[in-house]
Design a protein around this ligand. Structure first.
Ligand SMILES: [Cu+2]
Length: 159
């Protein structure tokens, strides 16, 4: 019971933060600080991000840094070259860490948010995203233990 109340509180806090960010940017409720799902026709650039485990026990994204122009729409392609499931979620650092804490409480939690994708080994995924606001953002795999093993990176959106 307590756990359920905690989860609901975290989800509500997240929703409030997203809504506030959207309002601040003058967008609608689907817009997050990091932006919103984009139109494929506007994607002039494709970035492929690989997820995998390394021989020395780490887990990585390649590349682990993305540089984006404010307003740019990118086709993000994902390939899980690893031997286990991996996911990609992008948001503000604060929201990623909140989400991480929730995933540690509920390891089987699955999400169908537009800013995330979860892939079985050997599979591919795609997100088309418009980075509406400049700033520093984070992407990560929040399957418990993966962030600590190295699965996180940075997205820098510049004017
Ligand atoms: Cu992972």
């Amino acid at each position: 019971m307590n756990r359920l109340i905690f989860a609901t509180a975290v989800i509500l806090a997240g929703a409030t933060a997203s809504f506030a960010a959207g309002s601040h940017a003058g967008g609608h409720a689907d817009e997050m600080a990091i932006g919103m799902a984009g139109d494929a026709k506007k994607a002039k650039r494709t970035v492929t991000i690989t997820m995998k485990e390394t021989g020395d026990g780490k887990m990585v994204f390649e590349p682990k840094n993305l540089q984006v122009r404010r307003g740019e729409t990118i086709r993000l392609k994902f390939l899980n070259k690893g031997e286990g499931d991996h996911e990609f979620v992008m948001d503000t650092q604060e929201a990623v860490m909140e989400h991480k804490a929730l995933m540690e409480k509920f390891p089987d939690m699955e999400h169908a948010d537009p800013n995330s994708v979860r892939l079985a080994p050997g599979t591919r995924g795609e997100i088309i995203w418009t980075f509406a606001n400049d700033g520093d953002f984070t992407f990560a795999c929040l399957i418990p233990g993966h962030y600590e093993a190295g699965m996180h990176g940075a997205i820098s959106v510049a004017k």
